[in-house]
Design a protein around this ligand. Sequence first.
Ligand code: ZN
Length: 146
Amino acid sequence: MSLVQSVESKAIYMGRLSHGCDLLMELTRICEEKNITLGKITAIGAVKKAVLGYYNTDKFEYEDHIINEPMELLNLTGNVSLKDGKTMVHCHVTLSDKSGKALGGHLFPETIVFACEYIIEKFDGNKLSREFDKETGLALWPVEKS
Ligand code: ZN
């Protein structure tokens, strides 16, 4: 059975990240500071460099893509929940290069902000805690086994 639960919007924060900060770590820090353990994140901007992941579903492991050039941050979409009792921010990004070509992946630390405007929405609802999932090898929200 798929997991379905309703949430209610509790607060919406919007702002700008500082130049040179770590995109994922700074979004996580803001969520911790604002006590957000359930929510959604969107952002746009540009990055100086990026570390993205592609999850190899045969090997059950992430392959890293390190992009050592400035890229446009076309879209960041993410969610906030808990893992091991701590705030966990999970984001995917779409970036574009000088020629406008896009690529994307799972956002890892060491993606450095050039400029970034974000919106974080805090939800009220049942807490979601990630657990190790045998079928995928990932830390996912639990579903009832059918
Ligand atoms: Zn991911």
